[in-house]
Every structure is written in structure tokens, then in C-alpha cells.
Design a binder for this molecule. Sequence first.
Ligand SMILES: Cc1ncc(C[n+]2csc(CCOP(=O)(O)OP(=O)(O)O)c2C)c(N)n1
Ligand SMILES: [Mg+2]
Length: 327
Amino acid sequence: MDRPPAGAEGPALRMYRVMAMIRAFEERVGELAKEIPGAVHLYIGQEAVAAGVCSVLRDGDHLASTHRGHGHAIAAGCEVEAMAAELYGRSDGVCNGKGGSMHIADLGHGMLGANGLAGGGVPLACGAALTARQRGTDDVAVAFTGDGGANQGAVLESLVLARMLDLPVVFVVENNGYAQATSAARHFSGTDMSARAAGFGIPGAVVDGADALAVRDAASEAVDRARSGRGPTLVECRAQRFHGHMEGWDNQAYRPAGEAERLRAEADPLALLRRRLTGAGQPADAGAELDRVEKESAARVQAAFDRAAQPAEPLLTALTTDVYAAH
Ligand SMILES: Cc1ncc(C[n+]2csc(CCOP(=O)(O)OP(=O)(O)O)c2C)c(N)n1
Ligand SMILES: [Mg+2]
């Protein structure tokens, strides 16, 4: 994990930096989606979840992501330059251009990988948690999944395993109300995930996933529990997906008319945190500082993609390398 520099800057501003970078990255990916090879799933609307959860992680911790993984990677500290290169399949991408959007992994930052399999990262995080236990460290692992992925057998098995071994793992369910075109009301049995957690003997919490500070609080409690040997927690973050499931594919006809626009207006995580950071009792120049953060993020992302769009495809000789990895 790459923590932003400490000092006078408080956690809220640090989270805003992360969220602004995710938003800038994802907006640029949205603009370039037609020319980026492969599928891209945007995280716009869910930034507070990745930023809030990762704000309480430290070096040595791990996270396993989903197919909607750019935000998790950025919050873990992955370089946007190497991510942009990866999206274009360049040899200087974070996975040498062989993974693309849905397989961004960066072990140097504890990022076990985005994952094309819904729910697929969850058992991996349990593996990282078990490794930490066996090595005698107090490192923790975070398993991200969506609401759809949360129905996967491997996720439910992971909940059993985590409880039985009391693994230092935190399950984060990003409930954005949809699995592709199917609303959670039509695919999710029960009322909420935290109630499901109780059935596995695991503490559960539900939190507003648009509220970075609330996510951070819930994640902090869960990570402390894991780090101190008190076992797993499941945190359901009620989040919103402002875009379709995947760029260039989804006309969102399954959504109530105007829903995405309404959510953007009412539940934008950046707007919410900005209000907190510029409200009563905050420095007079706080708004200008946030503007600067957004501008810097957009400029860095622009430069990253300008460079990434230049061809630098992996050589043919690289075809047989990176097939197996020893960990
Ligand atoms: C095991 C598996 N089954 C089906 C799919 C096809 N698929 C891709 S994304 C997706 C929906 C995932 O929904 P959710 O977990 O809620 O994540 P979100 O897209 O909302 O972030 C499905 C079914 C898949 N990738 N993997
Ligand atoms: Mg979903």
C-alpha cells in the first residue's frame, strides 16, 4: 500500500485526492473506451468505497478486486501511468500489457488483481489472510465483491472458511443495486448482506457507500478486528453505479428513466466529501485546494493516456513469459 504523504493533511483530504484521481481516470477511460482493447467497467459513483477502505490499510496488507477494479487499484497506490499503459496492452503496463483492464495486479502495492470472475477475488483474499496468519504477521486482506458476485458459491464458501479459521480478512460488498442488467431486488435473496453475514457467525455492517468518512469508519473497525486476531467482518457498502455495466454495450433500458442522472445529482461521493471539506469550520481556501487536486489529477491522467495511446505492444518473444509466477 502506498499511503499519501502524512503531515498536516487529514484523512478526508487524502481520500478526496484518491477519489479525484479515480474519477479523472475513469472519465478519461470512458472517453477512450472505443479504442481501448477489451471491456472496461467504470467505477464512477463508487469512488468513496475504494478510497475509504484503502485509507485504513498499510504496507503488507492485500486486497483482491473485481472486474470493476480501476478504483481499487488507484486507492491501493498503483501508478495511473502503468495502469493506462496496461489498458492499451503496452509492454510497460503494470502487467506488461498482458492483463488489461480486468486483470490489473500489482503485488508491490498489495493489489492481488482485478478479476474477470464475479466473486473470484474473494477466495484469493482469504488466501492472503491465511498467509499472513501462517507467517505470524498482523497483516490483513480485503476482499471486494459486487452484490451479484456475493451470490457466488466461492464467496459463500469463503465466509465459512474465514469464520472457521478466524482469518484476518474483511469482506466488502459493493452493493450498487445491479448485476449487469439484473437489479438486486431480482437476484439477491434476503434483505441485506449484513443479515446474511450473521448466518455465517460473522459481524456485519451496512454503510452509505457514497460517504467516504462513513466507509472509512466501518472499514477501520473491521480492519482493527482482523488485525487484532478477532476474525473477519463483512461490510456492505450501498453504492451507486453512474454508468452502465460496461462501456459501449449497455443502453441501461432496465433502469428506471432518469435514475443515473438523479443519482449523480443526489449521491455523488465527491460532491458529498467536498461539502464536508468546505463546510463550516473548514479553512476558507479549502474549495480552491480541492479544485487544484482535481486539476492535477486530470492533467496527470491526460498525460498518462496520451503516452499510453502510442504503440508499444509486447514483443512476440514475450508470449511465453509471465505464464507462471512464483509467490
Ligand atoms: C463467475 C461469473 N459469472 C458470470 C459472469 C458475468 N458477469 C460479469 S460482471 C457480472 C455482474 C456482476 O455484478 P456485481 O457483482 O454486482 O458487480 P458490478 O458489475 O455491479 O460492479 C456478471 C454476471 C462472470 N464474469 N463471472
Ligand atoms: Mg452490482
